[in-house]
Design a protein around this ligand. Structure first.
Ligand SMILES: NC(=O)c1ccc[n+]([C@@H]2O[C@H](COP(=O)([O-])OP(=O)(O)OC[C@H]3O[C@@H](n4cnc5c(N)ncnc54)[C@H](O)[C@@H]3O)[C@@H](O)[C@H]2O)c1
Ligand SMILES: O=P(O)(O)OC[C@@H](O)[C@@H](O)[C@H](O)[C@H](O)CO
Length: 382
């Protein structure tokens, strides 16, 4: 069996590539990082190390790489032969890879009619659905029916902390042992891909929102508050009791919103929260605040990890959530010259004022209770 995976980065190598290899797939990584692709083709294997007391590792073999900038035809050919296509490139890159996916699927359909699932493994709601939208923008109207018959874009939730890192061997990657990969099976054409570690569900909504609004809400809150208070790593930030308390507060707020929306069991959800906090406190992982805080414009967006759970919270209470608001204020105070979105956000704040900048990014009105709470926290913190 053959898999094409876009994005040979942290999650690509440390999670999706590993599980595909363990499930018997030959994995072709597609990336624009020439150093990584060259190393994949030279070494033909790499090690995934698990960050715990055991220090165990797993070898990923049967891999090859394509630099999509240098050899787009090879990407098309790989998609023609693929039994599954996956991505882990980041939400902003989906419109870019859509062209290559559309080309590959378009040529594939002329050659054979085997169904294919394309699964975007990104931290967002509806990642595969969005990729499908971009792919369909690249094809002729008359080709859509053929695509609908054969190709599915099941949405997914992926969870495994893989920090940025430098290792002696470029391709090796250290990951936390925990993982979860949930895929919506409803619209998959043909047989469900057999991949060790995937949980197929009928409806992804509760799973992706629980993951994004607990793991990523908590992670981002820790990162922005950590950055504000001068910490460098997530582990270090959580040694600070003020931040740990705020993290707990934010996860209680998003937790109440999730329990109200999806009827999760209160005790089970509390255990989920505590498990996640303990994952953030893994002493074997050094995860930089700047990685977790990356892309504040995306993270403050209407459907993302702060605004959406805060809005859900407000639906059943009369007050804006205090801790989520503090975390959003800290996001507005996030400075990192190496992060394009952070630079852009600070420029917006400087030019338009913080309130207008926040409303433009979050999609909330100026007089919305969440806007008011965030700006009031910002003024206290600035
Ligand atoms: N790292 C984690 O802990 C983690 C966990 C769960 C989900 N995710 C999600 O996985 C996705 C990837 O995150 P990551 O941490 O692996 O990032 P990363 O930066 O380590 O990897 C992204 C890779 O995509 C490649 N890329 C960029 N443009 C490309 C293009 N046009 N075509 C092909 N490849 C391209 C980059 O060169 C890089 O190798 C994101 O959506 C992230 O939210 C990350
Ligand atoms: O990847 P992002 O930028 O959406 O979020 C940063 C981290 O919170 C994220 O990568 C987590 O490590 C991951 O989602 C854990 O499953």
């Amino acid at each position: 069996m053959k898999a094409v995976h876009f994005g040979a980065g942290n999650i690509g190598r440390g999670f999706i590539g590993l599980l595909l290899d363990q499930s018997g797939y030959e994995v072709t990584f597609v990336d624009v990082n020439d150093e990584v692709i060259t190393a994949i083709n030279q070494d033909k294997s790499y090690q995934v190390h698990f960050a715990d007391d055991t220090s165990e590792s797993s070898t990923v073999r049967h891999i090859s790489g394509i630099n999509s900038m240098k050899d787009p035809k090879a990407v098309t050919n790989a998609i023609i032969e693929a039994d599954i296509v996956t991505t882990a490139v980041g939400p902003n890159i989906l419109p870019i890879i859509a062209k290559a996916v559309a080309k590959g699927l378009g040529e594939r359909i002329d050659i054979h009619r085997k169904p294919l699932a394309v699964i975007a493994c990104e931290n967002m709601i509806g990642g595969s659905t969005l990729l499908k939208k971009y792919v369909y923008q690249e094809i002729e109207e008359m080709d859509r029916e053929g695509f609908d018959d054969l190709f599915s874009f099941p949405d997914a939730a992926v969870d495994r902390i893989v920090p940025n890192q430098t290792n002696e061997n470029l391709l090796d990657v250290t990951v936390e042992p925990y993982y979860e990969w949930v895929v919506e099976k409803a619209f998959i054409q043909g047989e469900l891909p057999e991949i060790k570690g995937i949980t197929y569900v009928d409806e992804l909504g509760p799973y992706i929102e629980r993951k994004l609004f607990t793991v990523n809400t908590g992670h981002a809150a820790t990162a922005y508050l950590g950055s504000y208070l001068g910490h460098t790593t997530i582990f270090e930030a959580l040694q600070d009791k003020t931040i740990l308390d705020m993290l707990n507060g934010a996860l209680q707020e998003s937790g109440q919103a999730l329990i109200e929306a999806y009827g999760f069991d209160v005790k089970t959800h509390e255990a989920y929260i505590q498990k996640i906090i303990s994952r953030f406190q893994n002493p074997h992982i050094s995860d930089e605040v700047n990685r977790v805080a990356r892309g504040p414009l995306r993270k403050l967006g209407p459907k993302d990890r702060f605004v959406r759970p805060a809005s859900m919270y407000l639906e059943f209470t009369s007050d804006a959530p205090k801790y989520l608001s503090k975390a959003m204020a800290a996001a507005l105070l996030f400075h990192n010259q190496a992060d394009e979105e952070a630079v852009q956000l600070q420029k917006m704040i400087e030019e338009k004022g913080v309130k207008t900048a926040f409303t433009e990014v979050s999609g909330l009105e100026q007089d919305h209770p969440i806007t008011q709470a965030v700006i009031s926290e910002y003024e206290k913190m600035n």
